[in-house]
Design a protein around this ligand. Sequence first.
Ligand code: ARG
Length: 411
Amino acid sequence: MSTKKGGDIKKIVLMYSGGLDTSCMLKWLQDNYKAKVISFTANIGQELGEKGSFKAIEDKAYKLGVEKHYTVDLQEEFAKGYVIPTIKANGLYQGVYPLSTAIGRPLLTIHAIKIAEKEGADAIAHGCTGKGNDQVRITVTAKALRPDIKVLQPLVSWEMKSRAEEVEYAKKNGIPVANANKKYSTDENLFGRSCECDVLEHPEEIPPEDACAWTVNPAKAPEAGEIIKIGFEKGVPVSVNDKAMEIVSLIGEVHKIAARNGVGRLEHMEDRTVGLKSRETYECPAAVTLIAAHKELEKYVCTKHENSFKTSIDQRWGELVYEGLWVDPLREDLEAFINEVNSRVTGWVKVSLIKGNARVVARDSPFALYSYKLATYELGSTFDQKASEGFMELHGLQSRMAYQLKKNLKK
Ligand code: ARG
């Protein structure tokens, strides 16, 4: 991070959301560094709400004096390069959080750097605080790609210390303020919505209904629920209710069905990379449904040894990505294994979505290791029950011996 004024910084690419923080930054960067600013807004499936449209964000940026604005549609790249690997890795940080914000950051940074290179900028700037994971994800990625680039973080270095002071700054500088009383800090993309701040910072308080924007309250969701059938090919979701779909629309479709059944509300005490414990709330209807379905199909085709080993690989993958180390070669090393396992994750899964719950209820796969003939309790099973006798004798050998020895020791 550099906080140096003027001089060596001549052109800055700002990762611009169109919200209050980064709108103030647009102006502040120009004034503080006497530099040209280029703004960059990506579409990764976020809802724009009061920001209106990408065109409105672009107009606002030009009005605030940027030299050039980029709007880039990254939905497909995000879905293919970031969401699919997360599904294949059953990516749930601390068993809960589907990493939606975490996987968006490296992608946004890679594109900010691309623009910086094209425009000959010497710095990028972003709207993250100094307390979270997102600053780590952006800075680590940027510095890996371009060790010489400066990463500016005005929220840490500027003089404004509260949202109220930002509103004041905005008013003074002719920056339109759309939502001055916004309570929560949110981040959205097609895989999930994160919501923090205000009453959510009190873990002993139940998150209020207004912290949710995507999902129906489970208590008010339809009694009957719905069954969704998801088809997979080599670990990649390819159809919903037997209708083939490309990945961006597929995520949208699963989102719609899960959200109307109240699925995807998450709440947990998260261990951030910077050491803080933080109470986090999310709405990830598509992620929760797709990961549950994928995990179950994978379990169906893998041996118990693979299932046990992959759980620890998945956990490692999730931690690495959460911690902002997308660029670390370990991620691709782990993915080599993850992709190999996923080469057999083909088939379909039915998930019951009912009043906030997503529960797998049926599955099928040409690679299933389940065999009805072996497993059935009906007559005619091919499983030789007499073989179990010898197995039990040897399987328990050491445990039996140890138990007896321990018992005699205690006498
Ligand atoms: N705790 C989550 C993560 O580290 C979400 C961060 C959300 N960011 C935000 N601006 N609200 O990925």
